[in-house]
Design a protein around this ligand. Structure first.
Ligand code: NDP
Ligand code: 2IT
Length: 446
């Protein structure tokens, strides 16, 4: 079997040379899916996995715009339309200087499996730009978004491809993108999710990824009759996912002791309470400031250039970016008694880290399962837009809880090993794959 896996990965490497993040994501999936496919001749014969790793379409475009000084700036825009076998392409947009084709292909690839796990009819895609919103005025961000959508509009649509937010794309950016789409197309439709409540957005969408992550962790802990009460939590990031993960942890009686941004992390041994969290939300979303200012205000430690994984905790929630937790960090976490790592970010743990968790037999929940709450509520926003209706907070939150519970069940079904250990990675990969594979088989060689 190892030989078959190596041959498959070698081929993908040849066709996608240098795309390290994409190859990392494909390798991780192939290792759990290929042994499974081997047992199902129709998947093997139809070359389902070979087709899944090839995007249906990739669009790359120039995004020129004028900065506040009247100078011309040029960025690169992308949309990777990965797989539409179970629904229109769906996935976020990332604006960050590190964005390139490899990063967006890895994200689109992960999105295909994640969206399948939600049980909603959504295919997978991802897009974005190497544009850096940091340090830009609102006016510059608006001009960039308008230029970006002036090309993207011809490739997206409420029944074609529905983008949303990701790193560097929040409510402000979605607003500017939506405004430009509406203006060019002359239609008010559900082409984007994560919209403002006043103009078609779903309640709970901003909260959904962070809340969903914590609901998933609760399901994991229930397996051993445990709960979040009194648990010490280390979180990275201080953006959308991290903020609402902290909010839900506090509500569940856990103690969050760290948060971070790209400049370092803060350690607040007393725990971040709801007042301190309100300060962080204002600091990050309105003032667009840095997390180190928290340390000054609340007189706690700030570790410049470091990540929080050396702090003793029961549960670690990496919520910032890919490959932010490596093998050494994983060993440190396990040594410090950590019992569960659940990914709010996409692929934050390196393969070395994941193998440390598996060896130590601690709970490890991969992003495609644990952070699926965000796209799930995006799917619910699409349903509400189609119905021209808006559900209450409670309705959406209950549906989100149900979806996270169902994803957890799927992981158990496909991931429980003989000794009782739950391999969530395998469970999520196979669970997400089956629905896509069956749909591709039904739709012929397309
Ligand atoms: P935000 O832009 O709101 O926040 C990102 C946070 O991560 C910031 O604190 C940022 O710090 C930090 N960060 C970003 N890049 C780096 C980096 N290279 N090194 C260190 N820190 C970094 O993004 P989100 O919270 O929306 O996204 C966070 C993660 O969650 C991403 O992996 C995303 O793909 C994933 N995700 C998001 C979903 C959503 O609904 N938004 C859904 C599912 C997954 P700084 O401000 O300094 O850049
Ligand atoms: O990674 C993700 O799942 C997201 N950024 C959310 C995608 C979406 O369409 O809501």
């Amino acid at each position: 079997m190892q030989e078959i896996i190596s041959q498959f990965i070698e081929k993908v490497k040849c066709r996608n040379a240098g795309e390290n993040e994409f190859l990392q994501a494909v390798t991780e999936v192939a290792e759990s899916i290929l042994p499974y496919i081997h047992e199902v001749p129709q998947y093997k014969n139809a070359r389902i996995l070979e087709r899944i790793v090839e995007p249906e379409r990739v669009i790359i475009f120039r995004v020129p715009w004028l900065n506040d000084k009247g100078e011309v700036e040029v960025n690169r825009g992308f949309r990777v339309q990965m797989n539409s076998s179970i629904g229109p392409y769906k996935g976020g947009l990332r604006f960050h200087p590190s964005v390139n084709l490899s990063v967006l292909k890895f994200l689109a690839f992960e999105q295909v499996f994640k969206n399948s796990l939600t049980g909603l009819p959504m295919g997978g895609g991802k897009g974005g730009s190497d544009f850096d919103p940091k340090g830009k005025s609102d006016n510059e961000v608006m001009k960039f978004c308008q230029s970006f959508m002036t090309e993207l509009y011809r490739h997206v649509g409420a029944d074609i491809d529905i983008p949303a937010g990701d790193i560097g794309v929040g409510k402000r950016e979605i607003g500017y993108l939506f405004g430009q789409y509406k203006r060019i197309r002359g239609e008010f439709s559900g082409v984007l999710t994560g919209k403002g409540y006043e103009w078609g957005g779903s309640l709970i969408r901003p909260e959904a990824t962070g809340y969903g992550l914590v609901y998933f962790v609760e399901e994991i802990l229930k397996l051993t009759g445990d709960s979040l009460v009194g648990k010490k939590i280390a979180i990275s990031g201080s953006g959308n996912v991290a903020q609402f993960a902290v909010e839900k942890c506090i509500e569940k009686g856990a103690v969050v002791v760290t948060m971070s941004d790209s400049e370092g992390f803060i350690h607040d041994a007393d725990g971040i309470d709801e007042h301190k969290l309100a300060y962080i939300k204002h600091l990050k979303d309105t003032e667009r400031g840095r997390i180190k200012e928290y340390a000054k205000k609340y007189n706690c430690d700030f570790y410049p250039g470091e990540r929080p994984w050396k702090i003793k905790c029961d549960i670690a929630l990496p919520n910032a970016t890919q490959n932010e937790l490596n093998g050494d960090d994983a060993m440190q976490l396990v040594k410090n008694g950590c019992i569960c790592v659940a990914e709010g970010a996409n692929m934050p743990c390196t393969p070395e880290a994941v193998s440390v968790f598996h060896k130590a037999k601690i709970f490890y929940a991969p992003g495609k399962a644990a952070n699926a709450g965000g796209v799930a509520v995006s799917g619910l926003e699409m349903s509400q837009n189609s119905q021209r209706y808006a559900w209450t907070r409670e309705e959406v939150d209950n549906k989100l809880r149900g979806i996270m519970r169902d994803i957890h069940k799927i992981c158990l079904k496909h991931g429980k090993e003989k000794d009782g250990y739950v391999n969530y990675e395998k469970g999520a990969n196979i669970g997400g794959f089956v629905k896509i594979a069956d749909s591709m088989l039904a739709q012929g060689v397309v």
